[in-house]
Design a binder for this molecule. Structure first.
Ligand code: ADP
Ligand code: MG
Length: 624
């Protein structure tokens, strides 16, 4: 007999399970059934692919036993089973990446927290919400020795060799004194129906019942053993749509998503003909917790002719659709397809393409509250798709939403075009946008003054990190070109000649400002894009570094900011006066303030904050 210590994180996890998560305890049944079903899937797969097991008669089954006298519940399967090493690795030692992030994600809201259990792959430990003691009796398929793993959920566990006939696992749970409700047949049956009705294997409930037979003196009561299948045990996606009700889809979703909320929408599709496959996809109402983690768990499982192949293939759908959950079941792929080959398989590539089209089609059809929910959860990953999925770029551009200077709510590009098309005297087919971190700063940017005056709508993009990379790469949508209003070639009411003339007129002033600011600016010019502000800063869109910078930042490299161009508004009172100013020290202070305050209004920082503050103070006291 060997005593082992649980790894620290698991110790913590167990404490949480026993002491903090007191609501929704019933989900331990769902989690153990889900593990049993996974183990059956794994055995089913090797049985069909590994010569060693080929001859075996086998039909996968999950058994639940209720023993009132003993106060215990058992959940058994004839699946793949575990050997000693597996027990240590899977249940005792190695804290999976999920364990730590689970503990970090706990909010203190017990109901919400227990919903996270399955999502983070810590389902097994949920049994400690109800158990005083747990024995896992298990034998791995193809091996001779069985083992028992026992623990009372406090820091230590034991593993010892035992005997067991068939391969598979039985989990024996000694229930806590006040958790005996799960020994009630109706209660357990209700939980199984609720979460595991569409597990593809039969779930059989074994229980005892008092039965009275005979009449009068002959009457006697005895305890009879009973056994009954309590789930539908069909792979739901194989059923025809016409036989399925919304609640069936919801039930199945809850069993694969380990949750109890409804999906935002589902997409069930059967393709027949040269290639045959079935897909069933769900879009969750809330984005998975690990959506922005590099080691996210993919949501789609691959089956071949109903045999489970993998749930860990990130290539089944494009990465930007990693929030989608569901099933792909192919009739044409070979069962023993290896993971490496999966990536290049043409059948799978075709399924993938078809799946993306179906999913995007369903998203496009969302409206009202559902659309709002979708956008709030997934707008950013849709933007990722615009950048990475060239085939479906147009469709993704129809789906993406943006804030705007005109629309109250988020707007689609189509609605922007509709409004823009109605602009009077407008001939240029251009979509204007401004990118930054803070919606409020963006909406009040001096760079928008001219657009406001001309009543031109500008899209306000405040997912800076991603918009900066994605938007410049879009190019155009329905022949309308995207234009960044923070670059020098953004529209202006003047022609090129008029502009040059204006610049000439102010040449001595702009040169003088440039001399003061030195390397801090690339150039100083005049502009007519401002109405209220004296100055603004813009980027030089022809600067090759501007485009490259995006690329380098995306690869995780630090790139210096491209130098800015300071534009001054010749119509502004302050600029008019500045030309005649004789006091050089004051001129220099004002030149710096023109630059620094323009930067501030774009959400950037002045180069030297304390000098900026002291200049402002100096000028303010002079004004007094
Ligand atoms: P997850 O199911 O997300 O991997 P769990 O905490 O539910 O996380 O289970 C941990 C691991 O323990 C499983 O991945 C599996 O390897 C193993 N396991 C649990 N139950 C069984 C079982 N009935 N048969 C075989 N292996 C099991
Ligand atoms: Mg599990």
């Amino acid at each position: 007999m060997a005593k082992h210590q649980f790894q620290t994180e698991i110790g913590q996890l167990l404490k949480l399970m026993t002491h903090s998560l007191y609501s929704n305890k019933e989900i331990f049944i769902r989690e153990l059934i889900s593990n049993a079903s996974d183990a059956l899937d794994k055995f089913n797969y090797i049985r069909l692919t590994d010569e060693k097991f080929k001859e075996q008669e086998w039909s996968g089954k999950i058994s639940i036993g209720l023993d009132k006298e003993d106060g215990s519940l058992t959940i058994g399967d004839n699946g793949i089973g575990m050997n000693e090493e597996d027990l240590i690795n899977n249940l005792g030692t190695i804290a999976k990446s999920g364990t730590k992030s689970f503990v970090e994600s706990l909010t203190g809201d017990a109901k919400k927290d227990s919903n996270l259990i399955g999502q983070f792959g810590v389902g097994f430990y949920s049994v400690f919400m109800v158990a005083d003691k747990v024995d896992v009796i298990t034998k791995k398929a193809g091996e001779d020795q069985a083992y028992m793993f026992s623990t009372d959920g406090t820091g230590e566990y034991e593993i010892k060799p035992v005997t067991k006939e068939e391969h598979g696992t039985v989990i024996y749970i000694k229930l806590k004194e006040d958790e005996k409700e799960f020994l009630d047949k109706w209660r357990t049956q209700e939980v199984v129906k609720k979460y595991s009705n569409h597990i593809a294997y039969p779930i059989v409930l074994n229980y005892s019942e008092e039965e009275t037979t005979g009449e009068g003196d002959e009457k006697k009561t005895e305890t009879v053993k009973k056994s009954e299948q309590i789930n539908a045990a069909t792979a739901l996606w194989t059923l025809p749509k016409s036989e399925l009700k919304e609640e069936d889809y919801v039930e199945f979703y809850q069993s694969i998503a380990h949750g109890d909320d409804k999906p935002l929408t589902y997409i069930h599709n059967k393709v027949e003909g040269a290639q045959e496959f079935t897909t069933l996809f769900y879009i969750p109402k809330t984005a998975p917790m690990d959506m922005y983690r590099a080691d996210y768990q993919p949501g789609v499982k691959l089956y071949v002719k109903r045999v489970f192949i993998t749930d860990d293939d990130k290539e089944l759908l494009p990465a930007y659709l990693r929030f989608v959950k569901g099933v792909i079941d192919s009739e044409d792929l070979p069962l023993n397809i290896s993971r490496e080959i999966l990536q290049e398989n043409r059948i799978l590539a075709n399924i993938k393409q078809n799946s993306v089209k179906k999913i995007l089609g369903a998203i496009k059809k969302l409206d009202g509250e559902k659309l709002e929910t979708f956008t709030s959860q997934y707008n950013k990953v849709i933007k990722e798709g615009i950048y990475t999925d060239h085939t479906n770029k147009e469709m993704l551009l129809e789906i993406v939403r943006y804030k705007s200077t005109k629309a109250e709510a988020l707007t689609s590009l189509d609605d922007y075009l509709k409004r823009a098309g109605e602009r009077e005297g407008e001939t240029k087919k251009e979509i204007y946008y401004i990118i930054g971190e803070d919606e409020n700063v963006l909406k009040h940017s001096p760079l928008l003054e001219a657009y406001r005056k001309a009543d031109i709508e500008v899209l306000v993009m405040d997912d800076k990190e991603i918009d900066e990379i994605v938007t410049p790469a879009i190019g155009s949508y329905k022949e309308w070109e995207f234009k960044d209003v923070t670059t020098i070639d953004a529209p202006d009411s003047l022609s090129k000649e008029e502009k040059e003339e204006l610049n000439k007129e102010y040449e001595s002033l702009t040169q003088k400002i440039k001399d003061v600011l030195g390397d801090e600016v690339k150039d100083v010019t005049t502009t007519t894009r401002l109405t209220e502000s004296p100055s603004c800063v813009v980027k030089d869109s022809s600067d090759p570094m501007a485009g490259m910078a995006h690329m380098f930042r995306q690869m995780g490299q630090e790139v210096p900011e491209t130098p800015l161009i300071l534009e001054i508004n010749p119509e502004h009172h302050m600029i008019k006066k500045l030309g005649d100013l004789k006091d050089d020290a004051l001129f220099s202070d004002i030149a710096w303030i023109l630059l620094d305050s323009a930067k501030l209004s774009e959400g950037m920082e002045p180069k030297d904050k304390s000098s900026f503050a002291s200049r402002v103070a100096k000028i303010a006291s002079r004004a007094l």
